[in-house]
Design a protein around this ligand. Structure first.
Ligand code: GLN
Length: 542
């Protein structure tokens, strides 16, 4: 029988509910349990694919092509839970299903209502993940308790224990205990109020995970336990981590959360084995080297817009025992100031994916600077398309070369709309999405770096390298080192006459994990470190 854990959040948003849910997954897996993770998002978009990164950060793409919330990235990095379209539901998607059923006459003339029709649909979406090979489904509820749009989800999880048995469900609530400097005190009242609100809805949390910047202390724990009606041992402190998010699972085990969950749900679990996570944390805390990577993008000021890229860089750094210092640069800045000024001292340059023309010329200038100054360059999606544009204009002698996404009338459309995108008129789930195979050219940097002849990577784009320009670009020295198996789509380009210049049409960042860093990121960071070492050993001008 599959058990269910629900993770809700209160007091404020951005408390790290995704990380906490992922960490609960980690610590249960480390007890030998088979888990599935899922996120329910109360907003009305059918999926986050149509949202700007300014809204909810990056859109995380799964193998099956689902465009999902970035918390699913944490789930994949922290656990082995298989993820699919069923791992992320929004209100929009739930309502869409209900309305489709209504149009098909499936409700047999009944009045269609939030309770029971919408809540039934939500419960079915949660239970879809259960099965004989699953011990625990962990469902994270987006938003904060008290949000109007979250109510149907809370009502659904309130009802679920009635369907599957109370003893098979566990409610975990994440809150904040702020420290008031003026009073020199931690304050528990917001947590009390948040739990009160949950209880009004009919949910009594079993476990409270309390985010705080200072240790809670026994008195506060007891106070929270009493006022929130939970056992003292079920008040779990989650103190801010100094070094890395990967410390969270270790901290939760130290506070006994895994054992508490196992006991409360009556799970048959093995002993906890956190050895490799503890080793990971030790390595994160004690780097032997440093390397600086510039990320030149469009949504730089949003902390989470390139979340998986920043994580993948960290993983690659760990593989080299190095701390990666990321210099985030707004691409438009490179249109106003010289690359020499903005990029001085960086050891490697990465241009990530993106949409829309803003900042594209800055990206092209950045790539020119990396190419001409032999600085390791890693282009991802739009970062690959911009590399092709730069090379076409400045090396292959095709002035004004561009992508038709940005200049429909360019004389040299080196990047153009994918053939099967030409008839697409609607947004949302209509790009080239998800895992696609890619064949690597023998002896290329890509093949060497992966150590494989063929790979599978996740895509999210509408435009491609225009096959009509293969010859002029290859003759000018660009190598097309990865293609779709039929040879039609160019997925990877390289410049062999450069220490490390590789750009990919796909998103390798989605497949990097702390324990299995992505080979391309490891190769890129390694090349940046080699450059740094080389530069530092050069005699400096006096
Ligand atoms: N805008 C480009 C395209 O649609 C690149 C997309 C991306 O970087 N994810 O092809």
């Amino acid at each position: 029988m599959t058990k269910f854990i629900f993770v809700t959040g209160g007091v404020v948003s951005s408390l790290g509910k995704g990380l906490t849910s992922a960490s609960i997954g980690t610590i249960l897996e480390r007890r030998g349990l088979r888990i599935r993770l899922q996120k329910l998002d109360p907003y009305l978009n059918v999926d986050p694919g149509t949202m700007s990164p300014y809204q909810h950060g990056e859109v995380y793409v799964l193998d099956d092509g689902a465009e999902t919330d970035l918390d699913l990235g944490h789930y994949e990095r922290f656990t082995h839970s298989p993820l699919s379209r069923d791992s992320n539901y929004t209100s929009g998607r739930i309502y869409q299903r209900v309305i489709e059923k209504e149009r098909q006459g499936k409700y047999l003339g009944g009045t269609v209502q939030v309770v029971p029709h919408v809540t039934d649909e939500i419960k079915a979406s949660i239970r879809r993940l259960a099965g004989p090979d699953v011990d625990v489904v962990i469902t994270e509820l987006g938003g904060t308790v008290g949000d109007i749009e979250g109510l149907p989800f809370l009502e659904a999880i309130r009802q679920l224990p009635l369907d599957v048995g109370k003893s098979n469900c566990l409610f975990v609530h994440l809150t904040l205990v702020p420290y008031l400097r003026a009073a020199r005190e931690l304050k528990t009242k917001p947590t009390q109020h948040s739990v009160q609100q949950l209880r009004e809805i009919g949910i009594q949390p079993d476990v409270l995970i309390v985010r705080c910047e200072r240790p809670l202390g026994r008195d506060n724990e007891e106070k929270i336990a009493l006022f929130c009606n939970v056992e003292h041992k079920a008040v779990i402190e989650e103190i801010d981590k100094e070094f890395s998010i990967y410390e969270v699972p270790v901290g939760l085990v130290e506070h006994g959360l895994d054992q508490l969950i196992v006991e409360k749900l009556g799970l048959k679990a093995g002993p906890s084995d956190m050895d490799d996570w503890e080793e990971l944390v030790r390595r994160i805390r004690n780097p032997e080297h440093e390397v600086t990577i510039a990320v030149v993008g469009k949504y730089i000021e949003h902390r989470d817009a390139y979340k998986s890229i920043y994580e993948a860089l960290d993983h690659a750094g760990l593989a080299h025992s190095a701390r990666v210092i990321v210099k985030r640069l707004e691409a438009e800045e490179l249109e106003r100031q010289s690359p020499e000024t903005l990029l001085s001292g960086v050891d490697g340059i990465l241009v990530p994916g993106g949409f829309g023309i803003r900042g594209v010329e800055g990206k092209v200038r950045t790539i020119q600077f990396a190419r001409e100054n032999q600085i390791p360059y890693f282009g991802i999606c739009l970062g690959m398309q911009a590399a092709v544009i730069e090379f076409a204009r400045n090396v292959a002698g095709l002035p004004g070369a561009h992508s038709t996404e940005f200049a429909a009338d360019t004389p040299y459309p080196v990047i153009c709309l994918l053939e099967d995108q030409k008839t697409v008129t609607t947004k949302g789930g209509t790009m080239r999405l998800g895992a696609q195979p890619c064949v690597l050219a023998d002896h290329s940097l890509a093949a060497q770096t992966y150590g494989l002849p063929e790979v599978s990577e996740r895509h999210r784009h509408r435009y491609e390298f225009n096959p009509e320009f293969r010859n002029p670009l290859v003759s000018a020295g660009m190598s097309l080192s990865g293609t779709s198996p039929d040879g039609k789509l160019v997925e990877i380009v390289e410049i062999p006459d450069h220490p490390w210049f590789l750009a990919v049409q796909f998103h390798p960042e989605f497949k990097s994990k702390p324990m299995q860093p992505h080979p391309l990121f490891v190769g890129f960071v390694g090349a940046a470190m080699a450059r740094r070492k080389n530069e530092r050993s050069q005699p400096q001008p006096v």
